[in-house]
Write a protein that binds this ligand. Structure first.
Ligand code: UTP
Length: 225
């Protein structure tokens, strides 16, 4: 199976002294033993801290995005420090290069690419580009809810939904300033057009990701219509 795993920075590096990276590397190596694998890493709280500081210092939004991309690549390097030789030594910066590495049977690790979106979109585009059978979003939430669970006590989680329904859900959550959608709107739209099968799981425990690859999870399955 061809698999792309998108690991939120908030689950890979929730704090500078957290020890999730080693266990994540082991889980990813196990997945790569049985499947073709690509990995995309997010920026998490470190990116948010740097972006907030730089905003106070007067950086504009594109500059802040570029700072965010750098932090995602920093986190990707941390993961690379723990991964075996199947991954090239540096974070892959373009989808073209990532696909070349993937097709050689190695494991590309990307952070962000360019300003204007998040690593959810990077991972979704990679999954579309390599024609992945499964895209796993390892996030800090249990799955996709019909409203922002942080703000709405009545929010209910979907076991499964179509990509078209995901676009509507994410668009309505993103309309509320400060709300957090489980994946960004561009990622949802790329999923919709690509017909990919994706899964959103709580990635706090790395084993959740290997279970999701095996089809066993308590998160949300997103299927083409
Ligand atoms: P993340 O992908 O980590 O954002 O990118 P996120 O989804 O909010 O955080 P986690 O990791 O799931 O907790 C961090 C920031 O980097 C910039 C954006 O500003 C984004 O908010 N970024 C990232 C880009 O501009 N382009 C990219 O390709 C990736």
């Amino acid at each position: 199976m061809r698999v792309v795993v998108s690991i939120g920075g908030s689950v890979l590096v929730p704090a500078a002294d957290a020890d999730n990276v080693g266990p994540y590397a082991s889980v990813l190596e196990d997945i790569a033993d049985d499947h073709d694998l690509g990995v995309v890493v997010g920026g998490g709280p470190t990116a948010r801290t740097y972006i907030e500081r730089a905003r106070e210092l007067g950086a504009n939004e594109i500059e802040l995005d570029q700072l965010g991309v750098d932090v995602t690549r920093l986190n990707a390097r941390l993961l690379l420090a723990a991964l075996d030789d199947r991954s090239p030594a540096t974070p892959i910066e373009t989808h073209e290069r990532a696909r070349e590495v993937f097709r050689q049977g190695d494991v590309p690790v990307m952070g962000g690419t360019v300003a204007g979106h998040t690593t959810d979109a990077v991972a979704t585009a990679l999954a579309e580009y390599v024609d992945a059978d499964l895209l796993v979003y390892a996030t800090s939430v249990p799955g996709v809810f019909d409203a922002d669970p942080e703000r709405d006590d009545d929010a209910t989680m979907y076991d499964t939904l179509t990509a078209a329904e995901l676009v509507d859900v994410v668009a309505s959550i993103e309309m509320a300033a400060g709300s957090n959608a489980p994946v960004d709107l561009l990622a949802a739209k790329l999923l919709h057009r690509s017909g990919l099968h994706a899964t959103v799981v709580d990635g706090s425990e790395p084993a959740t990701v290997s279970a999701a690859v095996a089809g066993e999870h308590d998160g949300t399955d997103i299927r083409p219509a």
